[in-house]
Design a protein. Structure first.
Ligand SMILES: NC(=O)c1ccc[n+]([C@@H]2O[C@H](COP(=O)([O-])OP(=O)(O)OC[C@H]3O[C@@H](n4cnc5c(N)ncnc54)[C@H](OP(=O)(O)O)[C@@H]3O)[C@@H](O)[C@H]2O)c1
Length: 288
């Protein structure tokens, strides 16, 4: 057993930042990637690469071999529970000691919504595995606005979401990764579930104002009906189960149920949570 920390989704939004945080903390990282070629830039004296695909179980043994801790994440997929439960089993089989799982805010609420139920089911599999764990349960990512709304902000000076004036305490993925990196490298985080949020709850109208200020032109937030949002997601090729799960979550946002602000980021990392203003400035290229 080495002191290697395995990071899944290492080229993704959160995973790439977790790799960065672990390297800064001086850890030895194994980054699990689908394409060694595409991820070559990640490699360094502290970061090795493992070729890994959740759809190819034959890649699991080498990916998890001799790993002490794992950052567990997959992209949002309809079979998330099945895929992540298989990864928990692979970690257990390999003798992994501690798992930090990227979950979702509200996972402890039963019955919750589809996405949090999925994450809670995986959390339960981890609890039952006997491995030590930390659950990191973030609210919606600020980066959803650069990754998904950036295109229409650029092209039409507007973004379209079925969220009314619901306020959400969106979090920057860099803060999620900082919390995860601490849980992976420092003692005292075993058995904890961290609900992580940004520093304030804000509406889409307020977000439109912030982005307008940062880009220097007027950006509008458009509250679209659920049917319109459904059609747009379907047009993008999203599977129906994910369309339904997303609409359910937007309903929660609209009703104001995702507005809770926690101080976990500061408590765990010692740094204040990143504001939406800071995120927007740092992501200005996605909106210009
Ligand atoms: N967005 C939100 O607001 C939000 C809020 C709370 C929780 N979450 C949770 O966050 C998770 C998503 O995090 P994220 O945005 O960081 O993910 P992401 O950026 O979508 O992650 C993509 C990563 O997964 C890898 N990947 C995709 N398919 C794979 C496969 N078949 N095998 C192995 N790796 C594969 C990608 O590798 P390649 O580079 O090879 O494509 C990439 O590294 C989801 O579980 C979601 O439920 C999201």
């Amino acid at each position: 057993m080495t002191n290697t920390i395995l990071v899944l989704g290492a080229t993704g939004n959160v995973g790439s930042q977790v790799v960065k945080g672990l390297v800064e903390a001086g850890a030895n990282v194994r980054a699990a990637v689908r394409s060694l070629q595409k991820a070559a830039a990640l490699k360094s004296d502290k970061v090795s690469l493992a070729e890994f695909d959740t759809e190819k179980p034959e890649t699991f043994d080498t990916t998890f071999a001799d790993v002490e801790k794992v950052f567990l994440i997959t992209t949002l997929i309809p079979n998330l529970v099945e895929v992540q439960t298989n990864l928990v089993a692979a970690a257990k089989k390999a003798g992994v000691k501690h798992i930090v799982k990227l979950s979702g805010m509200g996972a402890e609420i039963e019955p919750g919504v589809t996405m949090t139920r999925w994450h809670r089911a995986v959390e339960k599999a981890i609890e039952a595995s006997g491995m030590s764990y930390t659950f990191v349960r973030p609210n919606g990512f600020m980066q959803n606005y650069s990754n998904f709304s950036g295109q229409t902000i650029k092209a039409q000076n507007a973004f379209y979401l079925p969220m009314g004036d619901g306020k959400v305490s969106h979090i920057d993925v860099r803060d999620i990764a900082s919390v995860a990196a601490v849980a992976l490298t420092q003692d005292g985080h075993a058995g904890k579930a961290y609900e992580v949020t940004g520093p304030t709850a804000i509406s889409n109208a307020e977000i439109a104002e912030i982005i307008s200020t940062v880009v220097g032109r007027k950006i509008d937030s458009v509250d679209v009906p659920e049917d319109t949002a459904r059609q747009e997601m379907q047009k993008s090729g999203m599977p129906d189960s994910l369309v339904d799960a997303n609409l359910e979550l937007y309903g929660i946002y609209k009703a104001g149920y995702a507005a809770e602000v926690t101080s976990v980021v500061e408590q765990v990392t010692g740094k204040k949570a990143i504001s939406f203003e800071q995120f927007a400035q740092d992501s200005v290229a996605a909106f210009k």
